[in-house]
Structures are given as structure tokens and as C-alpha cells.
Design a protein around this ligand. Structure first.
Ligand code: ATP
Ligand code: MG
Length: 254
């Protein structure tokens, strides 16, 4: 390990990278997933490698939205299975959401490795595994639009961490409310989702679990008010300003 104190944000980021590389070695992560990690790291660096105020606001809105959802589903890909399998399962139990393995780069072997990991960490039901249950999202003909009829297809709210923009747009077109974790506030996914948590998923998923616990004591009216008051576009704009301010500060130090 590098000679940086363990508590330093950089050291934590290097540990996250190590988890992803291990995931790649275990067959969970696609090559493209490594590149996505690199893009994420760059933005994490620019965001100061910590959960900011804007991310906290999005987490609160996401928790409220998930508590109001009737059929919430969390989409799991290779990067998530490598980075935070335990936490994502804990989130699914907390908010009573189904888990669906949904891969952008479809590969049966990788899918099985992801399912095995999720089972190892305590997942009960995992959707997206049976051909007989697969359905295409309406209006889209690519094979990448295949989802589980009892999962994403029927969902009202879908959590898609680290997702590609094409797919996020197709979920929106299909009428889903989309919540994402994405470190790049400029990505198409960030810009298209209803609620974008611009933070490293490994940091903010625990915060979302806690916030969901906290807000589960609130009534429907209060939860609706939280969602109404949240403005994703405005929040994303604040994230970009935050990056600009960080850059200005770093430029002054240099
Ligand atoms: P888009 O398709 O939305 O325009 P993209 O093509 O640049 O984005 P993808 O590979 O499709 O990127 O999506 C992966 C996204 O996940 C990227 O925006 C990347 O910054 C983000 N990301 C990578 N690792 C993490 C992480 N650990 N936490 C949160 N976001 C991450
Ligand atoms: Mg993409």
C-alpha cells in the first residue's frame, strides 16, 4: 500500500480502486468498468473525495422517493458487485427494493459471478437471471434494453448506480423515476435522472441507508414535500460550481 495515512481521502480512494481491480480479476467487472472507474476517480478528485452538501441533499430526496415507491428496484452491475455488495443488499432490505442484475455489456459468465457474490453477501431474491422472465423496455429495440418483467419492467422507481446514459434515457422514456449515483455531474445519466447523487457510491450508499431509516418515521406528506423541494438540475449546477471552486483553490495553492 502507498505511504499515505489510512484516514487520508486519497488512501481511501486507492482502496476503492483496489476493490475494483480485485473484482476485475474475479470476473465481476468488465474492461469498460475499469474505464468507468477511472472517469469516476477523476471527478471524485475534483470534488475533494468527500460527500458534499449537494450530495447530502440528493440523498435525502432519494430516501424520500424510495420510501414512497410501490415497486422499487435496485439495478446491480459488475462495478457495484465489486465495490459495495454488502451495502447494496442492506439498502435493498431497508427500503424493501428488489435486486436485479442488469449488465450493459452482457456476458453470462460475468452475470453468474455477480449473482454468486450477491448470494454470498446475503441476497435472497435476485432478478434478471431467468431468460423466461426477460422483457424489452418499450420503444427500444437493442438487446441492451432487456429487463426482468417482475423487476425493472414493473418498477416505478429504479436505482441505477454507475449507469450508462443510453440506458438511463430509456428508463425515463419507459416512465420510471430514476435515481442514480454518478460522480460526473455532466454525464448523460446525471443530467437525465430524476435524482442524481454526485458522490462515490461507496461513501453515499451507507448515508442513503441511514437517511431511509430516519425518514421512515415520517408521514407521506412530509416525504412528498422533500421531493417537491428538490431540484436536480439546480443541484447538479451547484456540483459543477463546487468543482470550479475546488479548482480555483488548487490553482491558488500551486
Ligand atoms: P454517460 O453514458 O452517462 O454519458 P459515460 O459514458 O461517461 O456517461 P459510463 O461508463 O456510461 O460513463 O457510466 C459510468 C459513470 O459512473 C461515469 O459517469 C463515472 O463517472 C461514474 N462512476 C464510476 N465509478 C463511480 C463510483 N465509484 N461512484 C459513483 N460514480 C462512479
Ligand atoms: Mg456511457
Amino acid at each position: 500500500m502507498p505511504l499515505i495515512p489510512k484516514s487520508h481521502p486519497r488512501a481511501k480512494s486507492l482502496l476503492i480502486r483496489e476493490k475494483l481491480v480485485n473484482g476485475f480479476d474475479k470476473g465481476l467487472v468488465a474492461k469498460e468498468g475499469l474505464l468507468a472507474q477511472g472517469r469516476g476517480e477523476a471527478f471524485d478528485y475534483l470534488l475533494g473525495e468527500k460527500t458534499g452538501r449537494t450530495a447530502s441533499k440528493a440523498i435525502k430526496a432519494a430516501a424520500a422517493q424510495l420510501l414512497l415507491a410501490e415497486r422499487p428496484v435496485i439495478s446491480v452491475n459488475g462495478n457495484i458487485a465489486a465495490l459495495c455488495p454488502k451495502q447494496i443488499i442492506k439498502l435493498s432490505k431497508q427500503i424493501k427494493a428488489k435486486l436485479e442484475v442488469n449488465l450493459f455489456y452482457t456476458n453470462e459468465k460475468r452475470k453468474q459471478a455477480i449473482i454468486k457474490t450477491l448470494k454470498k453477501y446475503g441476497a435472497n431474491e435476485i432478478l434478471g437471471t431467468k431468460k423466461a422472465s426477460s422483457k424489452k423496455l418499450p420503444g427500444i429495440d437493442s438487446a441492451r434494453r432487456i429487463v426482468d418483467k417482475d423487476g425493472i419492467f414493473a418498477a416505478d422507481v429504479v436505482v441505477v448506480p454507475l449507469e450508462d446514459g443510453d440506458r438511463t434515457m430509456s428508463l425515463k422514456k419507459a416512465g420510471k423515476i430514476v435515481i442514480t449515483f454518478d460522480l460526473n455531474p455532466l454525464s448523460r445519466t446525471s443530467q437525465t435522472a430524476n435524482i442524481t447523487i454526485v458522490d462515490n457510491v461507496t461513501r453515499s450508499v451507507d448515508l442513503l441507508i441511514n437517511q431511509s431509516k430516519e425518514l421512515s418515521k415520517k408521514n407521506e406528506k412530509t416525504l412528498l414535500k422533500i421531493i417537491e423541494e428538490f431540484d436536480n438540475k439546480k443541484n447538479l449546477a451547484e456540483n459543477i460550481i463546487q468543482i470550479r471552486n475546488n479548482l480555483t483553490r488548487k490553482a491558488k495553492i500551486a
